[in-house]
Design a protein. Structure first.
Length: 230
C-alpha cells in the first residue's frame, strides 16, 4: 500500500508542475496587461488641460489665518470622495487576497528587490540633495511657503547633507532636521507644521539607523516609514 501511495504521489508531481507553469504564465500575461494599462494612464496625464496640486504652494498663503470651521471642511464633496476612497481601498484589499493579488505582489517584490536592498543609500541620497537645494535657495526653511533667511538656518541646511554621507553622523543630520522643523513650528505654528510629519519620520529613520541592535534598528521602518507615508 505504501508503494502504491508513493507511486501515486510521483505521478501527481508532473501535473502539479504543469499547473504551476500555467499559473506563472497567466500571472505574466496579467502583469504585462497591467503594465501596459499603467503606461497608457501615465501617457494620458500630459494631455490633461488642468491639474490639481498642493494649492498653498501656488497661491498666496497666510499661515497666521485661522483654520476653517468644520462645516466648511466636511462638505458633500468631501464625503463623496471619502466614500469613493474607502470603496476603492476595500476593493484593492479584496483583490490583494486573491490569487491574482498574490501573483502581482510576488512580481512587484521581485522587480523592486534591488531597490529594497539599497533603501538606506537611496533615502540618504535623496535627503541630501533635498537639503542641499534648500541651502542653495536660501529663502525657505523646509518647504516653499515656510520662509526663513538667516545664517544659522543656512548652516544647518548645508550641514545636513554633509552629515548624511557617513552612517556615524546620521544622528546629527536627524537633529538638524528636528531643529528646522522646530523653527518652522515656532514661526508658523504647530498646526501649520502638521502638514509635514514626514520630516519627523525622516529624522527618526536616520536617528535609529546607527543602532547596533538589529531588532531596535528595524523600528526605523515602523516609526519612520509611517510618518514618511503621510
Amino acid at each position: 500500500m505504501s508503494v502504491d501511495h508513493t507511486a501515486t504521489q510521483d505521478h501527481d508531481f508532473p501535473m502539479l508542475d504543469l499547473r504551476r507553469a500555467e499559473s506563472k504564465c497567466a500571472g505574466s500575461r496579467v502583469a504585462t496587461a497591467a503594465i501596459w494599462l499603467g503606461c497608457l494612464v501615465i501617457n494620458a496625464i500630459p494631455m490633461a488641460t488642468a491639474a490639481s496640486a498642493h494649492v498653498k504652494w501656488f497661491v498666496t498663503c497666510d499661515a497666521s489665518s485661522e483654520p476653517l470651521p468644520p462645516f466648511a471642511v466636511f462638505t458633500p464633496t468631501f464625503w463623496l470622495f471619502a466614500a469613493l476612497f474607502v470603496t476603492l481601498f476595500y476593493v484593492a484589499c479584496a483583490i490583494e487576497e486573491t490569487t491574482f493579488g498574490a501573483i502581482l505582489s510576488r512580481l512587484l517584490d521581485r522587480w523592486t528587490e534591488p531597490l529594497h536592498k539599497r533603501t538606506d543609500a537611496l533615502l540618504r541620497a535623496v535627503a541630501a540633495v533635498s537639503f542641499a537645494l534648500l541651502w542653495a535657495d536660501g529663502g525657505v526653511i523646509l518647504t516653499p511657503e515656510l520662509k526663513g533667511n538667516s545664517a544659522w538656518l543656512a548652516a544647518i541646511q548645508v550641514l545636513i547633507p554633509i552629515y548624511l554621507v557617513a552612517r556615524a553622523t546620521l544622528p546629527a543630520a536627524a537633529a538638524g532636521i528636528l531643529v528646522l522643523y522646530g523653527c518652522g513650528a515656532a514661526t508658523y505654528g504647530l498646526f501649520h507644521m502638521l502638514d509635514y510629519p514626514f520630516f519627523l519620520g525622516l529624522a527618526a529613520y536616520f536617528a535609529l539607523s546607527v543602532l547596533q541592535n538589529a531588532k531596535l534598528r528595524s523600528f526605523r521602518f515602523d516609526c519612520g516609514g509611517r510618518l514618511l507615508s503621510r
